[in-house]
Design a protein around this ligand. Structure first.
Ligand SMILES: [Zn+2]
Ligand SMILES: [Zn+2]
Length: 276
């Protein structure tokens, strides 16, 4: 059940969406540009073989970058223009709109609160060009194209998985392996009590497992294929999670900048290993 606080925020947010905004145009342009970029690079490959192995370091590195961006930019106020905008959009808007009480959307207009703005893809393409160019100089042109494909591909998986976290429950998101895992993982992240500390991955919870910032206590394979199960949630986190689902705690102790955790709660998060 959505709390009154969350309902109020949703109402204000929806009223402020420009009438020129179109959810279909937003994601249509994003996916078309991303797919076109990947397509173009794939068409330029000439007999690529072992170079495909470069996808492994690119995707594992990407997993940690995704974790770090979420943890240190999207959830930490850095008062520099572009970084502050990212923080505002994520902590002060996305996390108010969605909580673990209600983490789903009903309309296409709400794509605005789910997907990143276009400029994120543009910035990523600039970095993709840079790293791709470096790989092409150091190794060969195939390597350069594959690095670019890996980076843009990772971003498209990110957006798609995150979208699957915020649609209404359905057969597909409940049963598709990896997607059901991230859906539970990310919905748990939207709990107002643990949102600044726990479950920072949005694709595969590899960095969260490795750095022990996950709400689960289990191995890597268990993490990847956990699905909807709550069996392995760290018991010490459960009281904090339950407390911040209530309207009373949210009204009293949650601001737009996240929860005002007590020393006790901070100690609990630290002892759960989620203090990084
Ligand atoms: Zn989210
Ligand atoms: Zn977050």
């Amino acid at each position: 059940m959505m709390t009154e606080r969350q309902r109020r925020f949703r109402e204000q947010y929806r009223a402020a969406i420009s009438r020129y905004y179109s959810g279909w145009v937003h994601i249509g342009v994003m996916y078309s540009a991303g797919i076109a970029g990947v397509w173009y690079c794939a068409s330029q490959l000439q007999g690529a073989r072992w170079e495909w192995l470069l996808l492994i370091p690119v995707l594992i590195g990407g997993n940690f970058v995704e974790w770090a961006m979420h943890k240190f930019v999207m959830h930490r106020l850095i008062d520099v223009f572009a970084l502050r905008a990212i923080y505002d959009r994520h902590t002060r808007q996305h996390h108010q709109y969605f909580t673990d009480n209600d983490a789903t959307i009903d309309t296409v207009r709400e794509f605005r609160i789910v997907f990143f703005p276009w400029r994120v893809l543009i910035v990523l393409a600039v970095f993709g060009l840079l790293f791709g160019w470096i790989a092409s100089v150091l190794i060969n042109p195939n390597a350069g194209y594959i690095v670019f494909i890996g980076m843009i591909g990772h971003y498209m998986v990110y957006e798609t998985f995150h979208f699957c976290c915020h649609v209404r429950d359905n057969w597909f998101v409940r049963n598709a392996p990896l997607i059901n895992t991230i859906r539970r993982h990310h919905t748990a992240h939207h709990n107002m009590g643990i949102m600044m500390h726990v479950n920072m991955n949005l694709t595969f919870p590899i960095a969260d497992w490795f750095l022990n910032t996950s709400d689960l206590k289990r191995g890597l394979l268990g993490h990847l294929f956990n699905g909807y199960s709550d069996t392995h949630v760290k018991p010490e986190l459960k009281p904090v999670i339950a407390r911040y689902r209530t309207s009373e705690t949210q009204e009293k102790r949650v601001t737009l900048d996240g929860p005002q955790l007590s020393d006790d709660e901070l100690r609990t998060l630290a002892s759960a290993g989620s203090h990084v």
